[in-house]
Design a protein around this ligand. Structure first.
Ligand code: ARG
Length: 571
């Protein structure tokens, strides 16, 4: 019997006995707060008046009269507890019900309305203009984008922001460098590498020629005061960079609602500084304006240099207040590496001291560890910074080899290899607890059998080809799902945890819970599959197994999409 039918049976029995209408009983039935108390609870408090008995007595009597053994089909246990009559459904019933739910809801299984009317701002990626996209920013990008999808699935309104690093003295230096050597470069397709080269070259030259540093600062001062020529150059660097970043965001399937970088706050900082001053929070120290944070065991937060130049923290403080004003969020998440922990604690504290009590609860630094490449430490063109393009190219080679080897003659090899590459890169980073460093091992990241993104894609592809081998549409849900045997139940049962996992990810900002869940689910179906043939001559058993396999595929596909990985149909 399905859970629904069992519920109806309970309602009918109680209604007949108590003279409540079935509708009234339906409304009164609750989900017990504790799992150990079963699946349904009928509160007897309302009946106390009419029946002139204490609720616990009523509960006990109802059990005696209506639910003495043998219990109606579909029920495992009925128990009076403190004025409630609690019902535990039979495992069969629960599992059949679960399977029905997944099959009916498909990709929206696990969606919730709990975020309805609530708004989360997520800041992620936040790459720096004129520098090639690095691996650290990749981790921010994929964690942030995954959290964004998770919150949306839970019904939250989300706002995604890329807080581009597009302001600061380095742009003055770049302008100076461009004036000196710009004509030697083409600024064609990979203009961003030309910009980076200029920047590195400037640093080298400045070592032996200190006047260059001053030149850089001067160009930045001109930029800050609105010099048209410098603004034009800055705009150009910005556009070259965005062209490159957008290519990468497209590859990763990542989008932003706002591309408001640091420069956006240029005009908005003065009122914030003035307010701090009025509130007597600013101290002048050697000509610079700081907020003293000794009381909170932190070094001072520097907001203005002696030459009046503003800083990274000034822009962050301004941005936080601006976003609260503009979006009135319930929560704001900053997905930024752990190296900046102190910076976030500092400007959060300053914002709080300004009278914004919400900061402590609503502003969160979602920090994460480093990405390392074990074995072969990747050397990049400049030494320390590891570029996304280099990693991607190398990873793509590996993926291509594997895809060709596994699928001789497949037609869209390139497309598939690209999706496998992304799966490997993304999953390696999302499966590790955020605060841990990621250790990227090339051979491991692509294994179709290990704990990898490609393994999950592969499992999904196998389930897809199983469906086409089965060759007909799944029979509708009225078919007898009870044919699931113990083995099938073991696999199916795992689907129940999916909605709770997604919630857990949102609450902890920890994608690894979802990653681990998917690995476990994939392992369960694969191990089942090794032992039991799904499609056999027994039509009924085949149907039940196909329904299980289909439901598992739906959840794997949805989970992969949330993480930013394409569930492949063939690979
Ligand atoms: N662009 C910065 C960097 O690369 C990261 C910005 C992080 N976000 C922020 N609101 N500070 O270091």
């Amino acid at each position: 019997m399905s859970a629904d039918a069992t519920r109806k049976k309970i309602v009918a029995l109680i209604a007949a006995e108590t003279k409540l209408s079935p509708t009234e009983v339906v409304v009164m039935l609750e989900k017990p707060k504790q799992e150990a108390h079963g699946d349904l609870a009928f509160p007897c408090f309302r009946l106390a008046k009419t029946m002139r008995k204490a609720p616990p007595v009523i509960a006990a009597e109802l059990k005696e009269k209506l639910f003495a053994p043998p219990l109606p089909e579909g029920l495992a246990k009925v128990e009076p507890v403190a004025g409630y009559l609690n019902f535990t459904l039979a495992t069969d019933t629960v599992i059949t019900d679960l399977l029905r739910q997944v099959l009916e809801q498909g990709g929206s299984y696990g969606s919730m309305t709990e975020g309805k009317g609530r708004k989360v701002v997520l800041e992620y990626s936040s790459v720096n203009i004129a520098k090639p996209f690095g691996i650290g920013h990749l981790r921010s990008t994929i964690i942030g984008a995954a959290l964004n999808r998770v919150y949306r699935k839970l019904g939250y309104e989300t706002i995604s922001i890329n807080h581009l690093g597009d302001w600061g003295t380095q742009f003055g230096k770049l302008i100076a460098a461009y004036r000196l050597w710009g004509s030697e470069y083409e600024f064609a397709d990979n203009a961003i590498y030309d910009l980076y080269d200029l920047y590195v070259r400037f640093h080298e030259a400045a070592k032996s020629d200190p006047a260059l540093e001053e030149k850089g600062r001067e160009e930045f001062r001109k930029l800050e005061s609105g010099d048209t020529e410098n603004e034009r150059l800055w705009r150009r660097f910005h556009d070259y960079s965005m062209r490159d970043f957008n290519r990468i965001y497209e590859q990763l399937g990542v989008r932003f609602d706002y591309l408001t970088g640091e420069s956006f706050y240029q005009e908005r900082m003065t009122p914030v500084i003035e307010k701090l001053d009025k509130q007597h929070l600013l101290t002048v120290s050697e000509g610079a304006a700081i907020v003293d944070l000794t009381e909170y065991d932190m070094p001072p937060c520097l907001l203005k240099k002696s030459d009046d130049a503003t800083l990274y923290a000034t822009r962050d403080l301004t941005a936080l207040l601006y976003r609260k004003d503009t979006f009135n969020f319930d929560k704001i998440l900053y997905v930024v590496g752990s190296a900046q922990k102190l910076h976030f604690r500092q400007f959060f504290k300053v914002a709080e001291l300004m009278g914004n009590e919400w900061v402590a609860e609503q502003a969160v630094h979602v920090d994460f560890g480093w990405v390392k490449f074990s074995g072969q430490m990747m050397s990049s063109r400049a030494g320390t910074l590891i570029f996304f393009d280099d990693v991607f190219a190398k990873a793509r080679e590996t993926a291509l080899e594997i895809v060709i080897q596994e699928n001789p003659g497949m037609d869209n090899v390139d497309w598939t290899a690209e999706k496998v590459t992304i799966a490997a890169l993304v999953f390696t980073q999302l499966k590790v607890r955020r605060n841990r460093d990621v250790n990227f091992v090339w051979e491991d990241a692509f294994s179709f059998r290990g704990a990898t993104g490609p393994y999950l894609q592969y499992t999904h592809a196998r389930l897809t080809s199983l469906a086409s081998k089965y060759g007909k549409p799944l029979p509708d849900l009225s078919a007898d799902l009870l044919l699931l045997g113990d083995e099938e139940k073991q696999v199916t049962k795992r689907l129940e945890a999916y909605p709770a996992k997604i919630k857990q990810v949102a609450e902890s900002y920890e994608t690894s819970f979802l990653a681990e869940y998917l690995l476990d689910l994939a392992a369960a179906i694969n191990s089942y599959w090794q032992r039991i043939r799904i499609i056999t001559d027994d039509e009924k058993a085949t149907t039940a197994r196909m329904q299980m396999a289909y439901a598992v595929r739906v959840v794997i596909a949805d989970g992969l999409r949330l993480l930013g990985i394409e569930p492949l149909k063939r690979m």
